[in-house]
Design a protein around this ligand. Structure first.
Ligand SMILES: Nc1ncnc2c1ncn2[C@@H]1O[C@H](COP(=O)(O)OP(=O)(O)O)[C@@H](O)[C@H]1O
Ligand SMILES: Cc1cn([C@H]2C[C@H](O)[C@@H](COP(=O)(O)O)O2)c(=O)[nH]c1=O
Length: 240
């Protein structure tokens, strides 16, 4: 953890402790792609702001290509884009310096945070009484924890798997994100390649000109690399 906390000597009226006497929390909601994380992020923001609390929305590499939190349900809200060099404590402090309240943070695409940024979030919770609600992928296309996710698992007060099930093509719950490049499932490449689950053409630095998409699979079909059954592949059909 960083030993030099950016303690807000003059925390503005953000933490009205009479109305919110409970300690602040770092909560992490996680799941595979398309399980409703961004939708939930916007719902949490909506419910918090209805209480008169003031939130700051952060994201990184939203699929829309713009600084916003966008849900496939159709909801979207403007957000502040962060990158691996952003000190989230300074972001909040700058808001306070500008006279804005920040009672809570909504952090979408939290899997892309660095471990240090997760520690900064924990510091905001513990030292400045800012609630943090983070939303992100559990694992990458190699079925390994993202670094930000791992640190959130380690530090969050509360870790919750998003309840909505994404279904593999076989009907079982989908847990793992397959990356599909040019129609083929790949297991090597850059950790971060922003793209959707819908089959749309997205230029990729690692495979220029190829379409990149993701498909959520159950573990068995992820391990076997079975994107879907094909009429010419009885072995794949037999997997069902
Ligand atoms: N037309 C629709 N009607 C109802 N629900 C939808 C529709 N389109 C998408 N969804 C829901 O939105 C979910 C994806 O939400 P989203 O917040 O974009 O996911 P994530 O951020 O986890 O990738 C889907 O699992 C599905 O439940
Ligand atoms: C598995 C995996 C995903 N990504 C990218 C793809 C999308 O842009 C986001 C996840 O978006 P969602 O809101 O959860 O649908 O992450 C990646 O860069 N690397 C991966 O391994």
């Amino acid at each position: 953890m960083t030993p030099t906390p950016l303690l807000p000597d003059a925390v503005p009226a953000s933490g009205d402790r009479r109305r919110h006497p409970a300690p602040a929390h770092l909560v992490f909601f996680h799941g595979p792609m398309d399980c409703g994380k961004s939708t939930l992020a916007l719902q949490v923001d909506h419910n918090q702001s209805r209480q008169g609390r003031h939130g700051l929305l952060l994201t990184q590499g939203d699929r829309s290509g713009t600084p916003q939190i966008s849900s496939r349900v159709g909801l979207r809200r403007e957000a502040v884009e962060v990158d691996p060099g952003t000190d989230v404590r300074l972001l909040v402090r700058d808001r306070w310096a500008g006279g804005h309240r920040v009672d809570y943070l909504i952090v979408d695409e939290a899997q892309f945070l660095t471990g240090e940024q997760v520690e900064q979030l924990a510091e905001l919770v513990d030292e400045s009484h800012v609630d943090v609600y983070a939303f992100g992928l559990t694992t990458d296309f190699r079925a390994r924890l993202f670094p930000g996710t791992q640190r959130l698992f380690e530090l969050a007060d509360d870790v919750q798997r998003v309840q909505v099930q994404v279904l593999c093509w076989c009907g079982l719950p989908g847990l793992l994100n397959a990356r599909v490049v040019g129609g083929v499932m790949v297991r090597e490449g850059a950790t971060v390649v922003v793209a959707d689950t819908a089959p749309a053409a997205v230029p990729s630095a690692e495979a220029p000109g190829d379409d990149v998409r993701y498909q959520v699979l159950c573990r068995r079909h992820y391990v076997r690399g079975a994107l879907e059954p094909t009429p010419t592949g009885p072995g794949q059909l037999a997997l069902r």
